[in-house]
Design a protein around this ligand. Structure first.
Ligand code: GDP
Ligand code: IMO
Ligand code: MG
Length: 415
């Protein structure tokens, strides 16, 4: 039984796409289990940047993509990404749970409207209709994939939804056409995944967003509308917790956040702009500049604790090269009290003063130098870079087994 879960430990964009690609190379299936097209997961292969919003990025490895019941599916994206995979020579037939809810044009319209109403308290959503689609699901008025394939059921569900929203739900015929085109791909995914695990096949569960964007465990209300933490694997895919043998946390070597919300280690200065440019920190889905800051250990300790993380993949270490000193927030001071593990309570985080340790940096290395390092392995990393990684390991109490030093696959070292 080899169920491997990949969970973002910060506010998303940790590099889950690349890590999922690496871990899916010997997997039978790779599964998106929550969220929708708000995700933007990148894999760089042969110099080409492949971006996935709806299918798991791990499918670029040839593992069969699955979309589980707990997601909200943007059908247009599914079609586009099947074509994207075709363009790299991968002919896939994704498996889509019949039970997944679909995102309709009305959900995107409502996402936009609600953000406008919030005015000063803007969340800065991706406008992909995520919140409204999940709220219709919770109200039990949402439309599922299976409904699109049953004209009678669909008619009454569409009527209920339109009466509820007092808005047209948009082009439902298009969704029906796509669902019909994909009808052979729709399935009882729960049974397929359980049987595959029982047969000893490897399945990668590719998380989207990050722990601090979880609707229950994140910095509410500045979060997404799904659970992004480990429990979502079980509830969305209908598999029991004992079927997951490995839980991998993905962490960027610094912190970023897109959209509004508290961010204790944020850099609002020139240093932040330099890091943003160096790390190319612009949203994969929306193109928005990402806010950047130093690594935040109190929040990472919390993320690692609540997800039962076994080991960590650290990404974008290369982006920190060339700095004289690298600050790491090791604790907070909140009203004179020291906080080691921070629950993402917004009021507390707003009062938190980060306490930094300063580590020595390493020279600015070019891409070619990093490539050579990846060929030679862990010991070839600059000594201060190794110290940075080992310091984080000690601070969070989990091994960092994979260190990524470039966007492309192969630009990583196994520790
Ligand atoms: P995800 O949402 O967690 O999959 O992450 P994104 O794809 O939104 O953002 C990560 C960005 O960093 C992408 O553009 C990746 O290609 C890139 N990336 C991933 N790992 C590394 C790395 O180790 N170094 C650098 N420089 N870029 C990386
Ligand atoms: P990946 O999977 C970073 C953020 C949005 C906004 C909040 C709510 O690429 O890591 P939503 O559209 O979900 O209602 O927006 O969550 N957000 C993300 N930030 N990476 C993501 O996904 C995100 N998905 C949503 O910016 O602040
Ligand atoms: Mg992303």
């Amino acid at each position: 039984m080899t169920g491997v879960a990949i969970i973002g430990l910060q506010w998303g964009d940790e590099g889950k796409g690349k890590i999922s690609y690496l871990l899916s190379r010997d997997a039978e299936y790779v599964v998106r289990f929550q969220g929708g097209a708000n995700a933007g997961h990148t894999v760089v292969l042969d110099g080409r940047e492949l971006r996935f919003n709806m299918l798991p990025a791990g499918s670029a490895s040839g593992a069969r993509p699955c979309i589980a019941s707990g997601t909200v599916v943007d059908l247009d994206e599914v079609i586009e990404e099947i074509e994207l995979l075709k363009s790299i020579g991968i002919d896939v037939k994704p498996l889509i749970s019949k039970n997944a809810n679909v995102v309709l044009p009305v959900h995107k319209e409502l996402d936009e409207m609600i953000e406008k109403l919030r005015s000063r308290e803007l969340i800065g959503t991706t406008r992909r209709g995520i919140g409204p689609a999940y709220s219709d699901k919770a109200l039990r008025i949402g439309i599922k994939i299976v409904d699109l394939l049953d004209p009678e059921v669909l008619e009454s569900k569409v009527k209920l939804l339109e009466d509820f929203h007092k808005l047209s739900i948009g082009d439902i015929e298009k969704s029906v056409r796509i669902a019909e085109k994909l009808s052979e791909n729709t399935c009882d995914l729960e049974i397929i995944l359980n049987e595959a695990l029982d047969e000893g096949k490897k399945i990668v569960f590719e998380g989207a967003q990050g722990t601090l964007l979880d609707i229950d465990q994140g910095t509410y209300p500045y979060v997404t509308s799904s659970n992004t933490t480990i429990g979502a694997v079980f509830t969305s895919c209908g598999i029991g917790p004992r079927k997951i043998s490995e839980i991998v946390g993905v962490m960027k070597a610094y912190t970023t956040r897109v959209g509004a919300g508290v961010f204790p280690t944020e850099l609002r200065n020139e240093e932040g702009s330099i890091l943003r440019e160096k790390g190319r920190e612009y949203g994969t889905t929306t193109g928005r500049p990402r806010r950047v800051g130093w690594l935040d250990i109190p929040l990472l300790r919390y993320s690692i604790m609540i997800n039962s993380i076994d080991w960590v993949a650290l990404t974008k270490l290369d982006v920190l090269s060339g700095l004289r000193k690298i600050p790491i927030c090791v604790e907070y001071d909140v009203d004179g009290k020291t906080i080691r593990i921070a629950s993402p309570n917004v009021k507390m985080l707003e009062k938190a003063t980060p306490i930094y340790s300063y580590l020595d940096g390493w020279p600015d290395l070019g891409r070619e130098e990093w490539r050579k390092i990846t060929l030679r392995g862990w010991d070839a990393l600059p000594e201060n870079a190794r110290t940075y990684v080992e310091t984080i390991e000690n601070l969070v109490g989990k091994p960092i087994k994979l260190v990524s030093v470039g966007a492309a696959a192969r630009m990583e070292v196994v520790k």
